[in-house]
Every structure is written in C-alpha cells, then in structure tokens.
Design a binder for this molecule. Structure first.
Ligand code: GLC
Length: 755
C-alpha cells in the first residue's frame, strides 16, 4: 500500500487499484478514481486549507485532520471516523447485484409495467449501512416519505403525468444528494456529481449496504461531514450553490389554471378583491401564445397584453407566463429562423433535431452553447418588456417530448466541447433557467423564474414546483415530505400545485391542501384543462372563508418567511424543515412526515386525511404555544388535538419573536410601514430581522438593514445592527399576551413587557 500527499490530495494505491481523496474544505471531501467531467456540472470547489497527518501501516493507511480520521484498508475501502467513532464507510463486502427477473410479457398484455432495476454498472459506489435504524433522506422531489431507505430511484428527469407515488423511480428532477442518519444521532451527506443517468439503490437488496450505480458516470463522489445535519446542509449548499433569493412579492399567493382567457384574468382579480383574498401573481399557461409558439402572444385573445398587465399591476397583481423549450418548426417564425440560422438547436447527425411538443414538430434550443443561451436571455428580456409580464415559468424542460425520448446521441455542442443528450439531459432544465434568469439579473432584478426540471446545482437560478400532481389525498400527504426534502437539497423556494393539478378536488381536499402548504415558499393553486374551477371562491362560502383565513395567516408570517429566505440564500439553511434538522437526536422525529418546521420557531401540523377532525401532534423538547388559542404544550410527547375543517395545527416555540405584517391583500414593498413583533408565550429569546428593497440585487452591495430583537427578563430590546437601506418602517407594534403596544419607529428602543 502506498499513499502520496500532494497539497490537499492523497493518492492511495495498493498495486491493483488506486483512489484519490481530495480535501476541498474541512467538511467536504471528494473521493474518486476518475472524475466526472465538470464543464457542465458547476460546483464551488474553492479550496480551504486543511492540514493532514498521514500514518502508513502495511495493512492500512490513516490520514487525520481536525477530529477526523480517514482509513483505507488493503482493498482501498475507505472509512471515516469522527472523534473515534465510525462516521462513514465504503462497503467492504461483495455488493454485486443480482436481479433475476421473470418473463413479463403476459403481465404486459394486461397493461402492467415492469419496474426497472438496472444492475449492470460500469461504476458502483457501495456504502455501508451501519444498522437498521439508519435512515436515508434526500433525492429531491420524489413522491414518497422522508426516509428513502429500501427504495430504488433513477436519476433521469422524467415527465410522467400519471399519479405519482412512492414506487416512481424518476420524476422531474435529479438531485443526487443523500443525507444519511446513522447510529441514531449522527449524520453525513453524500453527493454524486454526475449528470448521466444513475441509480440510487437505497438498501433494497441488502440491509448492509446501499449503492449508486452508473453506466457512464465515474467513481467520483463528495462526502460531506459536520457536527449536525444543519451544518452538513450548509456545507452541501456551499458546494452546489445557495438557493435563489427571490423578490419578496414572490412569497405571496399565486393563482393559476391551464389556461385563463383575458376575461378570466380580470375575473380572478375582481373576485379576489371583492372577497378580500390576498393575491400577488396570476399565471398565464400555454394558451396565451399564438399556436404554442414561444415568445409570441395570441393577439385575438390578448390584443394588448401590456395593457392587460398594466391594469392588473394597478391592483397589485403581476403576471407570470409559461415558457417551454420546444420551438415550433415553422419557416418565417422569427425565433425558429434565427435559432436555425445561428446553429442554436440541438442536432442529430448535423441536422436540427425534431420531436413533438405542444406546437407540434419542435426543435430544442441548445442552451449549452453560450451564443444560444445569450440569444434566449435577450429575447426573454425583450418579451417581458413588450408584454409587461413579470416572471417566467419554465416547463417541459426535462426535456419532455411526445414522440419518444430524445436519442442519447442528440448533439448539444458547447463552444468548447461536444456533449450528447445522455450527458446533458438532467441539466437541460438548469441551463434553460440559467439563460432565463440572466434576463432579470442583467437588469438588477431578482429572478422570478419557476422550473419543473432541475439538477442538484439548479437552485441558484430558479425556484421550483413539483410538476403534475393530482387531486388525491395521498398527493396532499406526499406534498410535505416533498417540500421538506427539496429544502434539504437546497431548493428553498419550492411548492406543489395546491388542490392538485390533474383531477378535481373536493372542497375538503382543497381546504386541507391550503392548510398543509400554508408555508410553502412557492404557493400556487393550479389545475389542468377542462377541470372545474379551482379558485378558492369556486366552491362555497365556507371554503372561500377558510381559504381566506389561511392566506391571511400566510401574509401575516411573510416577514418571518422572508427572513428565513434571506438566511437560506446566505447559508443554505432550509426554510421549511423536517423536524430532525432542528432536533437531530430525537428519535421521535426522524420519520415525522406530517409535521413541518418553518425555521426554528414555527411548527405546522395539518390534517392530511379525509374526514379527520383531530390529529396526533408530537411536540419536541421545550414549550409550544398554540397560535390560535394560546394553549401551552409541554414538549417530549404526543397530544391529540382537535382540528375542525377551518383549523390547522400552528404552534410556536415559547419565547419566539416573530416579525409579522397585518391586513395585506398583496405585497407592495413601498407600503410596508408597520412591523408587528409577535411574542409567543413566556420565556427569553433573540431574533434577527432583515429589511431591504425586496426586489433588486442591491443587497449584494450591502444595501440592507439588520435588526436584533432581544427579549430578556420582561424587557424587549430593539437594536439596529446594520443600517444601509432607508427603512420603510414607521411603526413597530409589540404584540404580547393579547396586548398591543405601538412604538414609533426608532433605530434602538427598549420596552417593558406587561404580565
Ligand atoms: C405541463 C405542466 C403544467 C401545465 C401544462 C400545460 O403539464 O406541468 O403545469 O399546466 O403542462 O402547459
């Protein structure tokens, strides 16, 4: 055995095999035989100093740094120990996968589908499962519970509109990141940086190991270490890119359907206004276009889109329009002709490749070529200026194709290298969003971009929604682990279609859905073609009233949500968190799929099943205050709590300080002059509040304010720590035990709390 250290790399050999370990940062290691190409998968690999100490024996090699030890055995199986206890281990045993499948054609006659279980890999990274309590989280948008152990997934962005469930191996996103909980208390992260198709078999065939297998990806992975799952999450996000900071308005409520007519848009705006329902965006689905030609407007329906947009803007409502990659093959259609002329489409054997999407025969822009991406940025900016729409919803970018999948050999050359579909497929959505979001950042605007397809590195460019769910109770149930997992993977602004996209919800389902997703950073009600109207007022008065109450709560919590988003953008800390992120040692929370934390102070516990009017809530350690009734619950146990149709479980940590707004029907950054400070229960606490213009990138130049609010011994102290933005606040209202105290805004003040 031999080890050579070169800077922060260790080359390990045993005469038969060789592996390299690279210390990128103290908690981030890259382990590889051969690296995956990194031209398209862009990571933050900036190295930080780590000092390594090596010890070489005849049977093993040991390398120490900080309080960690990496050990390579004679077969070059690597293990990591933290403070002397096992933390991670490549599986040293035989991890060959045998899958003998029976003849299936008879079942296929009846329409059954065979589950794919690929077993023939060029590369297999096998990892030890230490014991039966180990749990595997991550992998993005899968329609399953938080713990993915024993399932098998395939990273291959897939548009499948049938009803997703836990047996679906691929959905719209490929996020090759696992957060592993082992030995009950401890955690590590594992990231596979290949964009090629790969398999995550999470212990389906063995209780001793799980593996990542790939035909084209290399033996190359990142191990992310840290003292807590939160620290690991922050380190992972620093590697793949921090979540996008969206305009504050984007955290408001979005209403959508496939598709609103011009009259439909105005009706929505009018009805929301009449009923006092908050609303910030309406979405324009594909029918706003002329025969589904991207960057066009159907002039018969929308003779003057800019005027329509202006009229809505006057009421505080902005438009977001859908954009698909597929460009209709039609001579004389400028987008088609210009892209064709500049060699901007993907090709097969040198000719622009054609498949079918909404417009019929369509070609696929090659966003991997900078000149094409630049063209897309430019025409996206022009389109927004000409139509007055404020945001772009990127869809069908897996890429979806109706005449079978794109062949692996379809060519997507960049300026410097040739790439093929099998390499770029999982990145196609990201590169579309990179080009689109640049149309905003060039104008010093924060992007208002939503995407369906994504890879692990996509979150700095766009927000995400989880595609075509259906109006089914089990899709409501899956929405919480989906959004929590997306958050764990660095996708802070994520959500599902409220009410379900396919099918039609009952009013009970719709009500429970808005309750359960009340704090989804991206909050949109959307439905498909020809379904019954799904707006909150389309059912009955009770439904509209409950929905309104929920949206009012959402808007009340917006400053808190915005503070969390700013922190997510700065540090990677999720906005909507699984409970184990806050309470990593509490076995009771490891599989709580139906409770979610918003930051560290707020816990949401919705009803997810038809007919239920009460549910069991688990309170982690500490005291918790019911937001509606003020009832205090002692942590460390479960309670059965009544939740009639108009109620959702909303609990605040005692001592929490929550910034809030009141009575908003949309977000107008200029009008946010009163900040409420809501103090939950008794106890001490501290909170940092952030203020900026809510829409530009000026914050990058330090143009923001940061305030510290401390509650100690019956006293509240308000201090300004950073003050580079002209504050909009005129009044601060302290809300405590049902009493309100109005204080004219001052950069520092102290106030006594009664009772
Ligand atoms: C896809 C999208 C859906 C959209 C539809 C029409 O199915 O996922 O949200 O409404 O296309 O554009």
């Amino acid at each position: 055995m031999d080890v050579q250290i070169n800077g922060q790399r260790a080359y390990l050999t045993n005469g038969r095999d060789a592996k390299t370990v690279q210390w990128i940062r103290p908690g981030v290691l890259r382990i590889y035989r051969e690296k995956n190409p990194d031209e398209l998968v862009r990571l933050n690999l900036e190295q930080q100093p780590v000092s390594l100490e090596t010890e070489q024996g005849s049977q093993s090699i040991m390398i120490r740094w900080d309080n960690y030890l990496l050990q390579a055995d004679e077969n070059l199986n690597l293990s990591v120990y933290q403070a002397g206890r096992p933390c991670f281990a490549e599986y040293p045993g035989d991890a060959t996968v045998y899958t003998e499948k029976q003849e299936f054609s008879l079942a296929e006659l009846e329409g059954h589908k065979r589950n794919e279980s690929p077993a023939d890999f060029k590369t297999q990274i096998s990892v030890t499962l230490f014991d039966d309590t180990d749990k595997l989280y991550g992998l993005g948008d899968k329609a399953a519970a938080l713990n993915r152990r024993e399932y098998e997934y395939i990273s291959w962005n897939t548009d499948d509109p049938t009803a997703h469930n836990e047996s679906y191996q691929s959905l719209y996103k490929s996020i090759n990141y696992l957060l592993v909980n082992h030995h009950r208390k401890y955690y590590y992260g594992l990231f596979y940086p290949s964009s090629y198709r790969c398999v995550f078999n999470l212990g389906k065939y063995s209780r001793d190991f799980f593996y990542i297998g790939s035909q084209q990806g290399e033996y190359d992975y990142f191990l992310i270490l840290g003292d807590t799952p939160m620290e690991i999450t922050r380190r992972y996000c620093a590697l793949v890119g921090m979540p996008l900071f969206v305009p504050r308005k984007m955290l408001g409520y979005h209403q959508s359907r496939w598709s609103y007519s011009r009259e439909g848009l105005h009706q929505v705006a009018d009805r929301f206004r009449e009923l006092g329902l908050p609303l910030d965006y309406i979405h324009l689905d594909i029918d706003y276009m002329e025969r589904y030609k991207v960057y066009t407007v159907n002039r018969e329906e929308f003779p003057d889109m800019k005027e329509t947009a202006r009229q809505l803007e006057e009421q505080g409502i902005s438009l977001i329009s859908i954009l698909d990659p597929g460009v209709k093959v039609e001579e004389g259609y400028s987008v088609h002709d210009q892209l064709e002329e500049m060699g901007g489409f993907a090709t097969l054997d040198g000719e622009s490749y054609v498949n079918q999407v909404w417009p019929g025969d369509s070609k696929f822009p090659n966003y991997f070529r900078e000149s094409t991406a630049e063209y897309i940025t430019r025409i996206t900016g022009d389109f927004m200026r000409e139509t007055g729409v404020s945001g772009i919803w990127c869809d069908m970018n897996e890429p979806a194709s109706f005449r079978g999948p794109l062949p692996d050999q379809v060519e997507f050359p960049s300026e410097t290298a040739m790439h093929h579909h099998d390499e770029v497929h999982n990145l196609y959505g990201e590169y579309m969003c990179r080009a689109v979001s640049r149309a905003f950042t060039r104008e010093n605007r924060r992007p208002v971009v939503i995407t369906r397809a994504a890879f692990a590195t996509t979150s700095p460019f766009t927000t995400t929604w989880n595609g075509d769910n259906q109006s089914l109770w089990h899709h409501l149930e899956a929405s919480l682990p989906q959004v929590m997992t997306m958050n764990l993977c660095g996708f802070a602004v994520n959500g599902v279609d409220i009410g379900g996209f396919g099918g039609e919800p009952t009013k009970e389902l719709l009500v429970r859905w808005i309750q359960a997703n009340l704090f989804s950073p991206f909050l949109r009600n959307h439905t498909t073609l020809h379904t019954r109207p799904q707006e909150p007022y389309a059912f009955d008065r009770e439904t509209a009233a409950i929905y309104k109450k929920m949206l009012q709560i959402r808007y009340a919590f917006l400053p808190y949500l915005y503070d969390l988003l700013e922190k997510a953008h700065r540090t990677g800390e999720p906005v909507q968190r699984p409970l184990f992120l806050e309470f990593p040692e509490d076995e009771q929370v490891k599989e709580r799929n139906d409770q979610v934390m918003l930051g560290s102070s707020v816990m949401l516990c919705p009803i997810l099943h038809q007919g239920q009017r009460s549910r069991v809530v688990y309170f982690p350690q500490g005291q918790w205050v019911d937001y509606f009734t003020g009832t205090v619950y002692e942590g460390g146990r479960e309670y059965l709590i009544p939740m009639p149709l108009d109620a959702v479980g909303l609990f605040l940590k005692a001592g929490a300080i929550l910034p809030m707004y009141r009575d908003l029907t949309h977000i107008d950054d200029e009008q946010l002059d009163t900040l409420y400070l809501y103090l939950a229960g008794g106890g001490d606490g501290e909170y940092l509040h952030y203020e900026d213009d809510g829409r530009t990138l000026d914050y990058r130049q330090g143009i923001f304010n940061r305030y510290r609010i401390t509650r100690t011994g019956g006293q509240l102290r308000f201090e300004t720590l950073v003050s580079n933005f002209p504050t909009r606040y005129r009044k601060i209202v302290v809300v405590h035990r049902g009493q309100e105290r109005l204080i004219p805004f001052a950069p520092q003040f102290v106030c006594r709390l009664e009772g």
